[in-house]
Ligand binder design. Structure first.
Ligand code: GLC
Length: 556
């Protein structure tokens, strides 16, 4: 397969609004394709698969961190924000990747991780060397400990992936690491930190990057009182006040206003999307045009496969973006959660966190309590519904193959800090969605590379490899390709009209401008479709009826 010179008709290179309704495909670079045969995915691997990305029909790639990193958290522990991890490539290869994607008509969004750096970042090492009270230490959040000799942490706070949030250094001070001790939180009240991230944004924007995904965007600015509240007390404080000591403080928007000015220096302006876990009304601030412009909405991902829940999530989010001037983001899978075919094969969440899904899978085989086939059918239906919504859709590598979560990764091959530190809600951790992709039916790593992959792949990956699915017109890959091609043809204004006479407790139907109709059957029994041209279905029709757990696209 080679790159077809891009048909740019569907996207104008200077369009400032290109992100509003784009399909963005997330690449977790160390698990996508390994060109140099060392078991770790690399930039050359991605370059070699640009024709595949083009044939899929996506509009943009979001590249998870590819920076130098000790990999304490899958690359979200960055040791140098303006370079490429030598194990996976070089800056020259990065430039080649940008060029290859652009030639194929695909834009590139890179991940930026501003809340914390790796403890191996030169600034953190300088902070350790310079000692207490120094300008170097002020770039991070250092505190004296409690107890007679400061031997106790400044507070009893727990890190996101388990273990204490404070770590003691040799001279006795403690620093804050919200996720792991290898990820030290920056002090965003320090001007060096603010300035350096502007330099980083310009560095990548100058290299042709089209946009940025901002990691834990609501965490940056903190305000820690002299006397720290206990962990129990801190979660009783109002998270929506804009004055919580640890997250979603109103001042964070000053940072993003400054970022927006830099992003707007480019033509077209560089896009940005915030990863936030805040309430929907607080989310709108991150998505405002003088802020980042767009914010992730994980509500669909948190919902059960349920018509009422889906309708409520969709309505709320469309109302919200109408008020902020942004466009909605939709996502069903990413590198942090159990893949959606697996989630949908489980009993309803019933308040359980989505991340706990992996606990239900044992030894890679369908365990009690999980129906993999039902999960797959629901996933196809939910994906088609998502792709029919106004706004942008984020896909995660491998979901086009219908991959299930891999449950049986031996402990010695796991990498996620959440697994080792017993972080709450993380169960087996996130490695099961980060297993390197299968490209071929055979080979040491099913075409991922020449060597065994850095996280072992299960034998069933052969049957869900790109090669296997390309030979099967009923495969998940074929469905994604058809759906993405049709979406490009049918997509118009960002509007949706519910079709109430077709909808009910188990059916959701809506129309987009131009006669594009989506009907999703969330129930088990087949339902009749209105009299219209059937363009695509997620499962074959049954005697002309839409089967249970299926979606149809129609042209009215
Ligand atoms: C975000 C990332 C996640 C990472 C965390 C800390 O939530 O998506 O993978 O572990 O931030 O950087």
């Amino acid at each position: 397969m080679s790159i077809v010179n891009a048909d740019l008709a569907h996207l104008s290179p200077k369009d400032p609004d290109w992100w509003r309704q784009s399909v963005v495909y997330q690449i977790y670079p160390r698990s996508f394709a390994d060109a140099n045969g060392d078991g770790l995915g690399d930039l050359r691997g991605i370059i070699s698969r640009v024709p595949y990305l083009q044939s899929l029909g996506i509009d943009a790639v979001w590249l998870s961190p590819f920076y130098p990193s000790p990999l304490a958290d899958g690359g979200y522990d960055v040791a140098d924000y303006r370079d490429v991890d030598p194990r996976i490539g070089t800056l020259e290869e990065f430039d080649e990747l940008v060029a290859a994607l652009h030639l194929a008509g695909i834009r590139l969004v890179v991940d930026i991780v501003p809340n914390h750096s790796s403890d191996q970042h030169p600034w953190f090492q300088q902070a350790l060397a310079a000692g207490r009270g120094s300008a170097e230490r002020d770039r991070y959040i250092f505190r004296e400990g409690l107890g007679a000799d400061g031997e106790l942490p400044p507070s009893d706070w727990v890190a996101a992936f388990g273990g204490p949030r404070w770590t003691r250094v040799d001279d006795g001070q403690w620093y804050l690491g919200s996720f792991t001790k290898e990820q030290a939180d920056f002090n965003w009240n320090n001007p060096d930190v603010r300035e350096d991230f502007l330099t980083t944004l310009r560095f990548w924007a100058d290299r042709g990057v089209d946009g940025f995904r901002v990691d834990v965007a609501h965490f940056l600015v903190k305000d820690l009182p002299d006397e720290l509240p206990s962990w129990e007390e801190i979660w009783k404080l109002d998270l929506n006040s804009g004055t919580h000591p640890l997250q979603d403080r109103d001042e964070v928007h000053e940072v993003y206003r400054q970022w927006r000015q830099v992003l707007n220096e480019y033509d077209p302006p560089r896009s940005a999307v915030a990863e936030t876990f805040v309430t929907p009304d607080r989310r709108a601030k991150y998505a405002s045009p003088d802020g980042l412009g767009q914010a992730f909405n994980f509500d669909l991902l948190m919902a059960d496969f349920d018509a009422t829940q889906f309708r409520q999530v969709i309505s709320t989010n469309l109302d919200l973006v109408a008020s902020s001037g942004s466009s909605s983001t939709w996502v069903l899978s990413n590198h942090d959660v159990t893949r959606h075919p697996t989630r949908y094969g489980l009993p309803p969440l019933d308040g359980r966190d989505v991340k706990q899904g992996v606990e239900w899978i044992q030894a890679g085989a369908p365990a009690d309590g999980i129906d993999l086939d039902l999960g797959s059918r629901r996933a196809r239906a939910a994906t088609m519904l998502m792709l029919a919504l106004p706004g942008s859709a984020y896909l995660y590598q491998g979901e086009e193959l219908g991959l299930h979560e891999v449950g049986d990764i031996p402990a010695e091959h796991r990498q996620d800090p959440a697994f080792f530190r017993g972080g709450k809600n993380d169960g087996l951790g996130r490695d099961g969605s980060r297993v390197p992709l299968p490209w071929t039916t055979t080979g040491a790593s099913f075409g991922f590379g020449e060597a065994i992959a850095h996280i072992p792949q299960p034998t069933w990956f052969s049957g869900v490899s790109v090669e296997a699915e390309e030979a099967d017109p009923a495969s998940s890959l074929a469905l994604y390709r058809d759906a993405l091609r049709l979406r490009r043809e049918l997509h118009t204004e960002e509007k949706l009209e519910w079709l109430d006479d077709l909808s009910g407790d188990t059916v959701l139907a809506f129309a987009r401008p131009g006669g594009w109709v989506n009907v999703t059957n969330f129930g088990a029994e087949p339902v009749a479709l209105p009299d219209a041209e059937v363009l695509l279905t997620s499962s074959p029709l049954q005697d002309g009826l839409l089967s249970g757990a299926a979606t149809a696209w129609l042209r009215a």
